[in-house]
Design a protein around this ligand. Structure first.
Ligand SMILES: NC(=O)C1=CN([C@@H]2O[C@H](COP(=O)(O)OP(=O)(O)OC[C@H]3O[C@@H](n4cnc5c(N)ncnc54)[C@H](O)[C@@H]3O)[C@@H](O)[C@H]2O)[C@H](O)CC1
Ligand code: K
Length: 505
């Protein structure tokens, strides 16, 4: 699904009003109803709502929500900040519609900011996608007081003070929402780790924006939904055999890190690959044969680290490498040799990334349209350099992918997949239980298996990160976040793939 900029959202708004022959006030009413529906599920009428409205349409939403909540027997108190004479037309219309029992109070100076009860339920309708500069003056003061009040804050559409699609200037004051309920589509800012404390949990409510507009609009930012990946999933044919699903080679493991090889191999096998051969340093032979009997095991001449490539390397459909291999000089030489000679698609993780990152010569040797990197943020930084903020990091991601015509899955809470054409796809599955050693090795195994099955690089990344997170979400239901291990993800991979095979209701 597409992610739109604030300007595109405004266009979608205008297009929808025309297409559906409704007024912008009708659209605001839809938005307010959608928000109120979410709110009713979350909070009881006994919880008094303190609604803070700015002078634009976000504030207009707040006023409409106040009316709807009042009709549903919630106690509401409305506060208005800003010059109402200059307020938007739909704001003014919703002021008119407020029932007599809901009389808004104006905040014109600091002393008008109310003292909130210890446990207060705040609705933040100060600014949404129309924010065009950092908060100052009374707005800033109010937001600071709300943030330090301990209230449970729900933001309408955007946390006030946060830019929708670009870097908010350093030091700006921004609402720290517990929940953000956004209209129709999540906003780009929600996917960036640096915004976690402002956005809180985000939720999306539909408001019927024009499908025609959204499908026609040009964007290079996407988020992946179940619908998006379901149609990527290839069917297995009735008369197929293991030769139809690819023969993967994995170069993984090192002394004390054979577990990484086991995890990557087991995940690869649980992701539909036809055949898997894994090469490990010779000390790992028994471990691999015992822990992963389905894989064929080759041993490196070196006992402790990778130092050589298999002889008949051309017969494989994909090579996955990196988990547990270390950065010993013979390992670097072997990786260099592989890059110089191989015509395979390559899935490159962990120390294989670090080895390439440390050498401009190796970076230059990267074959075009053949490589997937699966770095965590630190490995990514080694590969492309330090970024000042998440937006700069995303820009580096696009540039690197375009320069080397490769895919990169930049791992995180919303893993970002960069593609050779400069697009970015944010993943939407997964949970914090997955922040534990070995889950990256599992992802390498999954993506290697998918490339082996002839998914193109972009599809393998998007589907791979989605199913990896989905396995984590399924594991969450049985083992919870704290006790989750990488092996739990592997155990839940079959269910995750089964889930994707079910038609959506
Ligand atoms: N299509 C939709 O999703 C719909 C969204 N709705 C809601 O409308 C807002 C966007 O409304 P808009 O009037 O464009 O902007 P804001 O309310 O965010 O801002 C108002 C106004 O304030 C000025 N301004 C900007 N920054 C500052 C600042 N730092 N200090 C003071 N003033 C500032 C600027 O001139 C803005 O125009 C969207 O988020 C939704 O909540 C509709 O209700 C339904 C359709
Ligand atoms: K808001």
């Amino acid at each position: 699904m597409k992610l739109l900029t604030a300007a595109q959202i405004r266009e979608a708004d205008a297009f929808t009003v025309q297409e559906q022959n409704i007024s912008s006030l009708d659209l605001m009413e839809r938005a307010a109803k959608a928000f109120t529906g979410w709110f009713e599920n979350k909070f009881q009428p006994s919880e008094e709502a303190f609604i803070f409205c700015g002078p634009g349409n976000n504030g207009g939403d707040g006023l409409a929500v106040a009316r709807l909540l009042h009709e549903r027997k919630y106690k509401v108190q409305v506060f208005i900040v800003g010059d109402t004479a200059k307020a938007s037309e739909d704001f003014k219309a919703n002021m008119e519609r407020l029932p007599d029992e809901v009389q808004p109070q104006k905040i014109e100076e600091e002393k008008d900011i109310p003292e909130l009860p210890l446990i207060a339920c705040v609705i933040d309708a100060l600014f949404g996608t129309g924010l065009s500069r950092p908060l100052t003056g009374l707005y800033e003061e109010l937001v600071e007081q709300l943030n330090s009040s301990g209230a449970c804050i729900t933001s309408i559409d955007m946390p006030s003070g946060l830019y929708t699609d670009s870097q908010t200037p350093e030091g700006s004051t921004i609402i720290q929402a517990d929940n953000t309920v956004s209209f129709q589509l999540p906003k780009q800012a929600f996917f960036l780790p640096q915004h976690e404390e402002y956005v809180g949990e985000w939720h999306v409510v539909p408001i019927g924006l024009s499908e025609q507009f959204i499908s026609g609009v040009d964007t290079d930012m996407f988020f992946t939904t179940r619908r998006d990946v379901q149609h990527l999933l290839k069917r297995r044919r009735k008369f197929s055999h293991k030769g139809n699903y690819g023969h993967a080679l994995m170069l993984c493991g090192g002394y004390g890190k054979m577990g990484a090889a086991v995890l990557a191999a087991r995940a690869c096998l649980r992701s539909g690959v036809g055949l898997l051969t894994i090469q490990v340093p010779s000390a790992g032979y028994t471990v691999l044969q015992t822990a992963v009997p389905e894989a064929m095991t080759l041993t490196d001449p070196n006992r402790k680290h990778l130092s050589d490539l298999p002889e008949d390397i051309d017969k494989y459909d994909v090579i996955g490498m990196g988990p547990g291999i270390g950065t010993a000089p013979p390992t670097k030489t072997a990786i260099g040799q592989l890059l110089a000679t191989s015509s395979h698609p390559l899935v490159i993780d962990a120390d294989a990334i670090n080895i390439i990152a440390s050498s401009d010569r190796l970076k230059e040797q990267l074959p075009k349209n053949k490589v997937i990197f699966t770095p965590h943020p630190k490995e990514f930084e080694r590969l492309v350099g330090k970024a000042k903020n998440d937006y700069e990091r995303l820009q580096r991601l696009r540039e690197f992918c375009q320069e080397h015509q490769c895919c990169v899955t930049l791992k995180g809470s919303h893993t970002a997949v960069g593609t050779p054409s400069g697009k970015v796809y944010f993943n939407t599955t997964g949970n914090s239980g997955m922040a534990t050693g070995g889950t990256g090795d599992v992802l390498t195994g999954i993506i290697t298996a998918l490339v082996g099955q002839q998914y193109d690089l972009e599809e393998a990344c998007i589907l791979g990160v989605y199913v990896h997170g989905l396995a984590g979400d399924l594991a969450l239901r049985t083992v919870g976040e704290i006790g989750m291990t990488a092996s739990d993800l592997i155990d839940h991979l079959p269910k995750a793939f089964m889930c994707l095979q079910q038609p959506m209701s």
